[in-house]
Design a protein around this ligand. Structure first.
Ligand code: ACO
Length: 330
Protein backbone atom coordinates (compact mmCIF):
# COMPACT_ATOMS: atom_id res chain seq x y z
CA UNK A 1 0.00 0.00 0.00
CA UNK A 2 1.36 3.47 -0.86
CA UNK A 3 1.97 5.87 1.99
CA UNK A 4 -0.58 8.68 1.59
CA UNK A 5 0.69 12.24 1.74
CA UNK A 6 -1.21 14.40 4.30
CA UNK A 7 -2.83 17.27 2.39
CA UNK A 8 -4.15 20.58 3.66
CA UNK A 9 -5.01 24.16 2.74
CA UNK A 10 -1.91 26.37 2.81
CA UNK A 11 -3.40 29.56 1.33
CA UNK A 12 -6.82 31.15 0.89
CA UNK A 13 -8.07 34.14 -1.12
CA UNK A 14 -11.37 35.67 -2.17
CA UNK A 15 -12.81 38.20 -4.58
CA UNK A 16 -16.16 39.90 -4.17
CA UNK A 17 -17.60 42.34 -6.73
CA UNK A 18 -17.70 45.93 -5.51
CA UNK A 19 -21.38 46.55 -6.21
CA UNK A 20 -23.58 45.96 -3.14
CA UNK A 21 -27.29 45.35 -3.78
CA UNK A 22 -29.35 45.74 -0.62
CA UNK A 23 -32.82 44.35 0.03
CA UNK A 24 -34.06 47.95 -0.11
CA UNK A 25 -32.80 48.21 -3.69
CA UNK A 26 -34.61 44.95 -4.55
CA UNK A 27 -37.80 46.50 -3.15
CA UNK A 28 -37.62 48.96 -6.07
CA UNK A 29 -37.33 46.16 -8.64
CA UNK A 30 -39.77 43.43 -7.50
CA UNK A 31 -42.67 43.02 -5.09
CA UNK A 32 -40.77 42.17 -1.93
CA UNK A 33 -39.70 43.70 1.38
CA UNK A 34 -36.50 43.84 3.36
CA UNK A 35 -38.45 42.33 6.27
CA UNK A 36 -39.61 39.29 4.22
CA UNK A 37 -36.13 38.58 2.90
CA UNK A 38 -34.42 38.95 6.30
CA UNK A 39 -37.03 36.83 8.11
CA UNK A 40 -37.08 34.01 5.54
CA UNK A 41 -33.38 33.94 4.60
CA UNK A 42 -31.21 36.12 6.86
CA UNK A 43 -29.88 37.89 3.76
CA UNK A 44 -29.51 41.69 3.97
CA UNK A 45 -27.34 42.40 0.93
CA UNK A 46 -25.34 40.66 -1.79
CA UNK A 47 -22.57 41.54 -4.26
CA UNK A 48 -23.40 41.63 -7.96
CA UNK A 49 -20.83 41.53 -10.78
CA UNK A 50 -20.69 44.24 -13.44
CA UNK A 51 -22.13 43.31 -16.84
CA UNK A 52 -18.64 42.99 -18.34
CA UNK A 53 -17.31 41.00 -15.36
CA UNK A 54 -17.26 37.21 -15.93
CA UNK A 55 -16.66 34.29 -13.57
CA UNK A 56 -13.00 33.92 -14.60
CA UNK A 57 -12.32 37.58 -13.67
CA UNK A 58 -13.41 36.92 -10.08
CA UNK A 59 -11.64 33.52 -10.03
CA UNK A 60 -8.31 35.00 -11.13
CA UNK A 61 -8.33 37.66 -8.41
CA UNK A 62 -9.27 35.16 -5.68
CA UNK A 63 -6.57 32.75 -6.92
CA UNK A 64 -3.87 35.46 -6.97
CA UNK A 65 -4.68 36.27 -3.34
CA UNK A 66 -4.61 32.58 -2.37
CA UNK A 67 -1.22 32.06 -4.07
CA UNK A 68 0.20 35.14 -2.33
CA UNK A 69 -1.07 33.99 1.06
CA UNK A 70 0.49 30.55 0.46
CA UNK A 71 3.78 32.04 -0.80
CA UNK A 72 3.42 30.00 -4.00
CA UNK A 73 4.50 31.22 -7.46
CA UNK A 74 2.15 30.62 -10.42
CA UNK A 75 4.66 28.30 -12.14
CA UNK A 76 4.66 26.02 -9.08
CA UNK A 77 0.98 25.13 -9.60
CA UNK A 78 0.42 21.64 -11.06
CA UNK A 79 -3.36 21.68 -11.46
CA UNK A 80 -6.24 24.18 -11.37
CA UNK A 81 -9.80 23.06 -10.69
CA UNK A 82 -12.59 25.63 -11.02
CA UNK A 83 -15.90 24.64 -9.48
CA UNK A 84 -18.63 26.68 -11.12
CA UNK A 85 -22.22 26.52 -12.35
CA UNK A 86 -21.70 29.78 -14.26
CA UNK A 87 -18.64 29.24 -16.49
CA UNK A 88 -17.55 31.99 -18.89
CA UNK A 89 -18.44 29.70 -21.82
CA UNK A 90 -19.73 26.16 -22.42
CA UNK A 91 -16.14 25.63 -23.56
CA UNK A 92 -13.28 26.31 -23.18
CA UNK A 93 -13.19 25.51 -19.48
CA UNK A 94 -13.06 28.54 -17.19
CA UNK A 95 -10.10 26.83 -15.46
CA UNK A 96 -8.09 27.09 -18.69
CA UNK A 97 -8.82 30.83 -18.93
CA UNK A 98 -7.74 31.21 -15.29
CA UNK A 99 -4.55 29.19 -15.95
CA UNK A 100 -3.62 31.55 -18.77
CA UNK A 101 -4.42 34.74 -16.82
CA UNK A 102 -2.42 33.58 -13.81
CA UNK A 103 0.55 32.45 -15.90
CA UNK A 104 0.46 28.94 -14.42
CA UNK A 105 2.48 27.60 -17.34
CA UNK A 106 2.95 24.09 -15.92
CA UNK A 107 -0.61 23.51 -14.70
CA UNK A 108 -3.37 21.30 -16.06
CA UNK A 109 -6.85 22.77 -15.73
CA UNK A 110 -10.45 21.60 -15.68
CA UNK A 111 -13.90 22.74 -14.53
CA UNK A 112 -16.09 20.81 -12.14
CA UNK A 113 -19.87 21.09 -12.03
CA UNK A 114 -21.78 20.09 -8.90
CA UNK A 115 -24.05 23.09 -8.29
CA UNK A 116 -23.47 24.83 -4.99
CA UNK A 117 -21.59 21.71 -3.78
CA UNK A 118 -18.96 22.27 -6.48
CA UNK A 119 -16.27 23.57 -4.13
CA UNK A 120 -16.59 20.55 -1.81
CA UNK A 121 -16.27 18.16 -4.77
CA UNK A 122 -13.30 20.13 -6.13
CA UNK A 123 -11.61 20.24 -2.74
CA UNK A 124 -11.87 16.48 -2.32
CA UNK A 125 -10.80 15.83 -5.95
CA UNK A 126 -7.81 18.16 -5.71
CA UNK A 127 -6.76 16.61 -2.40
CA UNK A 128 -6.59 13.12 -3.90
CA UNK A 129 -4.01 14.27 -6.49
CA UNK A 130 -1.77 15.52 -3.68
CA UNK A 131 -2.42 12.71 -1.20
CA UNK A 132 -1.69 10.09 -3.86
CA UNK A 133 1.70 11.70 -4.42
CA UNK A 134 0.95 12.54 -8.06
CA UNK A 135 0.97 16.32 -7.77
CA UNK A 136 2.57 18.79 -5.36
CA UNK A 137 0.41 21.92 -5.63
CA UNK A 138 -3.26 22.15 -6.59
CA UNK A 139 -5.29 25.36 -6.84
CA UNK A 140 -9.00 24.85 -6.12
CA UNK A 141 -11.38 27.71 -6.90
CA UNK A 142 -15.12 28.14 -6.37
CA UNK A 143 -16.30 31.02 -8.57
CA UNK A 144 -19.75 32.21 -9.66
CA UNK A 145 -21.62 34.99 -11.36
CA UNK A 146 -25.00 33.45 -10.56
CA UNK A 147 -26.63 36.87 -11.03
CA UNK A 148 -26.29 36.35 -14.79
CA UNK A 149 -28.57 33.32 -14.82
CA UNK A 150 -31.25 34.70 -12.51
CA UNK A 151 -34.69 35.74 -13.63
CA UNK A 152 -34.77 39.19 -12.03
CA UNK A 153 -38.57 39.15 -12.22
CA UNK A 154 -38.83 35.96 -10.11
CA UNK A 155 -38.90 37.19 -6.51
CA UNK A 156 -38.66 33.66 -5.11
CA UNK A 157 -35.13 33.16 -6.51
CA UNK A 158 -33.47 36.48 -7.41
CA UNK A 159 -33.33 37.65 -3.79
CA UNK A 160 -31.28 34.62 -2.70
CA UNK A 161 -28.05 34.78 -4.66
CA UNK A 162 -24.87 36.81 -4.99
CA UNK A 163 -21.61 36.69 -6.97
CA UNK A 164 -18.08 35.99 -5.75
CA UNK A 165 -15.08 33.69 -5.78
CA UNK A 166 -12.92 31.89 -3.23
CA UNK A 167 -9.70 29.96 -3.82
CA UNK A 168 -7.46 27.64 -1.81
CA UNK A 169 -4.00 26.20 -2.40
CA UNK A 170 -3.54 22.53 -1.49
CA UNK A 171 -0.15 21.10 -0.53
CA UNK A 172 1.43 18.53 1.72
CA UNK A 173 1.11 19.44 5.40
CA UNK A 174 2.53 17.91 8.61
CA UNK A 175 1.29 14.42 9.47
CA UNK A 176 -2.01 14.17 11.44
CA UNK A 177 -3.13 17.57 10.11
CA UNK A 178 -5.02 18.66 7.00
CA UNK A 179 -7.84 16.65 5.46
CA UNK A 180 -8.96 13.99 7.96
CA UNK A 181 -12.08 12.72 6.18
CA UNK A 182 -14.46 13.51 3.35
CA UNK A 183 -17.92 12.51 2.21
CA UNK A 184 -19.63 13.20 -1.12
CA UNK A 185 -23.28 12.43 -1.92
CA UNK A 186 -25.73 12.71 -4.80
CA UNK A 187 -29.42 12.03 -5.44
CA UNK A 188 -30.08 12.72 -9.10
CA UNK A 189 -33.78 12.01 -8.71
CA UNK A 190 -34.00 15.50 -7.21
CA UNK A 191 -32.43 17.17 -10.26
CA UNK A 192 -35.62 18.91 -11.43
CA UNK A 193 -35.96 20.66 -8.05
CA UNK A 194 -33.12 23.02 -8.89
CA UNK A 195 -32.09 23.51 -12.49
CA UNK A 196 -31.48 25.73 -15.48
CA UNK A 197 -33.82 23.91 -17.88
CA UNK A 198 -32.52 25.23 -21.23
CA UNK A 199 -29.14 25.83 -22.77
CA UNK A 200 -27.85 22.25 -22.69
CA UNK A 201 -28.25 19.30 -25.07
CA UNK A 202 -31.69 18.38 -23.62
CA UNK A 203 -33.20 21.73 -24.56
CA UNK A 204 -30.89 23.95 -26.61
CA UNK A 205 -31.68 27.65 -26.31
CA UNK A 206 -33.99 29.17 -28.89
CA UNK A 207 -36.39 32.13 -29.00
CA UNK A 208 -39.09 30.16 -27.16
CA UNK A 209 -36.81 29.14 -24.26
CA UNK A 210 -35.58 32.71 -23.91
CA UNK A 211 -39.14 34.09 -23.96
CA UNK A 212 -40.12 31.61 -21.23
CA UNK A 213 -36.95 32.39 -19.17
CA UNK A 214 -35.96 28.72 -19.31
CA UNK A 215 -32.31 29.78 -19.56
CA UNK A 216 -32.63 31.05 -15.96
CA UNK A 217 -32.42 29.27 -12.62
CA UNK A 218 -35.63 27.51 -11.55
CA UNK A 219 -36.10 26.16 -8.06
CA UNK A 220 -38.68 24.46 -5.87
CA UNK A 221 -37.58 26.38 -2.77
CA UNK A 222 -39.63 24.44 -0.25
CA UNK A 223 -38.36 21.02 -1.35
CA UNK A 224 -34.76 22.21 -1.58
CA UNK A 225 -35.12 23.65 1.92
CA UNK A 226 -36.30 20.28 3.31
CA UNK A 227 -33.47 18.44 1.57
CA UNK A 228 -30.87 20.95 2.77
CA UNK A 229 -31.87 20.77 6.44
CA UNK A 230 -31.62 16.96 6.33
CA UNK A 231 -28.32 16.57 4.47
CA UNK A 232 -26.38 19.41 6.12
CA UNK A 233 -26.60 17.82 9.57
CA UNK A 234 -26.31 14.22 8.32
CA UNK A 235 -23.26 14.91 6.11
CA UNK A 236 -21.48 16.71 8.95
CA UNK A 237 -22.19 13.89 11.40
CA UNK A 238 -21.07 11.28 8.88
CA UNK A 239 -17.78 12.96 8.07
CA UNK A 240 -16.96 13.61 11.72
CA UNK A 241 -17.49 9.90 12.42
CA UNK A 242 -15.29 8.95 9.44
CA UNK A 243 -12.54 11.11 10.93
CA UNK A 244 -12.82 9.17 14.20
CA UNK A 245 -14.10 12.26 16.01
CA UNK A 246 -17.26 13.17 17.93
CA UNK A 247 -19.47 16.20 17.30
CA UNK A 248 -18.05 17.71 20.52
CA UNK A 249 -14.66 17.82 18.75
CA UNK A 250 -15.90 20.32 16.12
CA UNK A 251 -14.24 23.70 16.73
CA UNK A 252 -15.74 25.52 13.76
CA UNK A 253 -18.58 24.60 11.40
CA UNK A 254 -18.49 26.30 7.98
CA UNK A 255 -21.74 25.51 6.16
CA UNK A 256 -22.79 26.52 2.65
CA UNK A 257 -24.37 29.96 3.06
CA UNK A 258 -27.82 29.64 1.51
CA UNK A 259 -30.26 30.55 4.25
CA UNK A 260 -29.79 31.32 7.97
CA UNK A 261 -32.70 29.05 8.86
CA UNK A 262 -31.03 26.07 7.13
CA UNK A 263 -27.73 26.86 8.89
CA UNK A 264 -29.41 27.13 12.31
CA UNK A 265 -31.30 23.87 11.78
CA UNK A 266 -28.06 22.06 10.87
CA UNK A 267 -26.27 23.52 13.90
CA UNK A 268 -29.12 22.36 16.13
CA UNK A 269 -28.88 18.86 14.68
CA UNK A 270 -25.16 18.86 15.47
CA UNK A 271 -25.74 20.23 18.96
CA UNK A 272 -23.50 23.21 18.16
CA UNK A 273 -23.96 26.67 19.60
CA UNK A 274 -23.98 29.39 16.93
CA UNK A 275 -20.64 30.79 18.16
CA UNK A 276 -19.07 27.70 16.55
CA UNK A 277 -20.76 28.40 13.21
CA UNK A 278 -19.47 30.78 10.53
CA UNK A 279 -22.30 32.90 9.14
CA UNK A 280 -21.93 35.57 6.45
CA UNK A 281 -25.07 34.91 4.39
CA UNK A 282 -26.39 38.27 5.62
CA UNK A 283 -23.71 40.13 3.59
CA UNK A 284 -23.21 37.97 0.51
CA UNK A 285 -26.33 35.83 0.03
CA UNK A 286 -25.85 32.45 -1.64
CA UNK A 287 -22.69 32.59 -3.76
CA UNK A 288 -23.06 28.92 -4.75
CA UNK A 289 -19.64 27.25 -5.22
CA UNK A 290 -17.87 30.29 -3.80
CA UNK A 291 -19.69 30.34 -0.48
CA UNK A 292 -17.57 27.92 1.57
CA UNK A 293 -14.14 29.28 0.56
CA UNK A 294 -15.35 32.88 1.08
CA UNK A 295 -16.54 31.89 4.57
CA UNK A 296 -13.28 30.02 5.25
CA UNK A 297 -11.24 33.10 4.32
CA UNK A 298 -13.35 35.22 6.66
CA UNK A 299 -12.87 32.70 9.48
CA UNK A 300 -9.08 32.75 9.04
CA UNK A 301 -8.87 36.54 8.79
CA UNK A 302 -10.96 37.05 11.92
CA UNK A 303 -8.85 34.58 13.91
CA UNK A 304 -11.68 32.07 14.36
CA UNK A 305 -9.46 29.17 13.26
CA UNK A 306 -6.43 28.30 15.37
CA UNK A 307 -3.74 25.69 14.92
CA UNK A 308 -5.08 22.24 15.88
CA UNK A 309 -8.75 23.19 15.37
CA UNK A 310 -11.10 20.70 13.72
CA UNK A 311 -12.97 22.56 10.98
CA UNK A 312 -16.01 20.96 9.33
CA UNK A 313 -17.13 22.33 5.95
CA UNK A 314 -20.41 21.22 4.36
CA UNK A 315 -22.02 22.05 1.02
CA UNK A 316 -25.29 21.16 -0.70
CA UNK A 317 -26.96 22.11 -3.94
CA UNK A 318 -28.12 21.23 -7.42
CA UNK A 319 -27.86 17.59 -8.42
CA UNK A 320 -29.11 17.20 -5.84
CA UNK A 321 -25.67 16.91 -4.32
CA UNK A 322 -23.90 17.37 -1.02
CA UNK A 323 -20.42 17.02 0.43
CA UNK A 324 -18.48 17.50 3.65
CA UNK A 325 -14.88 17.49 4.86
CA UNK A 326 -13.13 17.63 8.22
CA UNK A 327 -9.78 19.41 8.35
CA UNK A 328 -7.42 19.68 11.29
CA UNK A 329 -5.80 23.08 10.86
CA UNK A 330 -2.02 22.90 10.75
N1 ACO B 1 -40.85 38.58 -1.18
C1 ACO B 1 -42.07 38.50 -0.69
N2 ACO B 1 -42.83 37.38 -0.78
C2 ACO B 1 -42.29 36.32 -1.39
C3 ACO B 1 -40.99 36.35 -1.92
C4 ACO B 1 -40.26 37.54 -1.81
N3 ACO B 1 -39.00 37.68 -2.27
N4 ACO B 1 -40.72 35.14 -2.46
C5 ACO B 1 -41.80 34.38 -2.28
N5 ACO B 1 -42.76 35.09 -1.64
C6 ACO B 1 -44.08 34.65 -1.22
C7 ACO B 1 -44.61 33.49 -2.04
O1 ACO B 1 -45.20 33.93 -3.22
C8 ACO B 1 -45.61 32.88 -1.07
O2 ACO B 1 -46.79 33.61 -1.13
P1 ACO B 1 -48.23 32.86 -1.03
O3 ACO B 1 -48.21 32.19 0.32
O4 ACO B 1 -49.19 33.98 -1.18
O5 ACO B 1 -48.23 31.89 -2.18
C9 ACO B 1 -44.99 33.12 0.29
O6 ACO B 1 -44.01 34.18 0.12
C10 ACO B 1 -44.30 31.91 0.88
O7 ACO B 1 -43.44 31.36 -0.12
P2 ACO B 1 -42.61 30.07 0.16
O8 ACO B 1 -41.87 29.72 -1.10
O9 ACO B 1 -43.46 29.01 0.78
O10 ACO B 1 -41.60 30.61 1.26
P3 ACO B 1 -40.56 29.79 2.12
O11 ACO B 1 -40.78 30.02 3.53
O12 ACO B 1 -40.43 28.38 1.62
O13 ACO B 1 -39.19 30.55 1.76
C11 ACO B 1 -37.21 30.27 0.41
C12 ACO B 1 -38.72 30.56 0.42
C13 ACO B 1 -36.51 31.38 1.17
C14 ACO B 1 -36.75 30.27 -1.05
C15 ACO B 1 -36.95 28.91 1.09
O14 ACO B 1 -37.80 27.93 0.56
C16 ACO B 1 -35.53 28.45 0.91
O15 ACO B 1 -34.61 29.05 1.42
N6 ACO B 1 -35.31 27.31 0.23
C17 ACO B 1 -33.96 26.78 0.00
C18 ACO B 1 -33.36 27.46 -1.15
C19 ACO B 1 -31.89 27.17 -1.29
O16 ACO B 1 -31.17 27.02 -0.34
N7 ACO B 1 -31.42 27.15 -2.55
C20 ACO B 1 -30.05 27.04 -2.85
C21 ACO B 1 -29.63 25.68 -3.21
S1 ACO B 1 -27.95 25.65 -3.57
C22 ACO B 1 -27.66 25.63 -5.27
O17 ACO B 1 -27.14 24.67 -5.81
C23 ACO B 1 -28.07 26.78 -6.13
Amino acid sequence: MPDFVPVGIVGVGTCLPERVVTNKELETMIETTDEWIVNRTGIRERRIARSEEATSDLAVQAARRALTSAGVEPDEVDLIIVATATPDHVFPATASLVQDQLGCSKAGAFDLSAGCTGFMYALVSGSTFVSGGNLGTVLVIGAETISKMLNWKDRSTCILFGDGAGAVVLREVPRSTGLLASYLGSDGSGGPLLQVPAGGSRMPNCHQTLDASLHCLHMNGREVYRFAVRVMGDAALDVVKRAGLNKEDIDLFIPHQANIRIIEAAAKRLGLSMDKVLVNVDRYGNTSSASVPIALDEALRSGRIKSGNNVVMVGFGAGLSWGAVVMKWQ
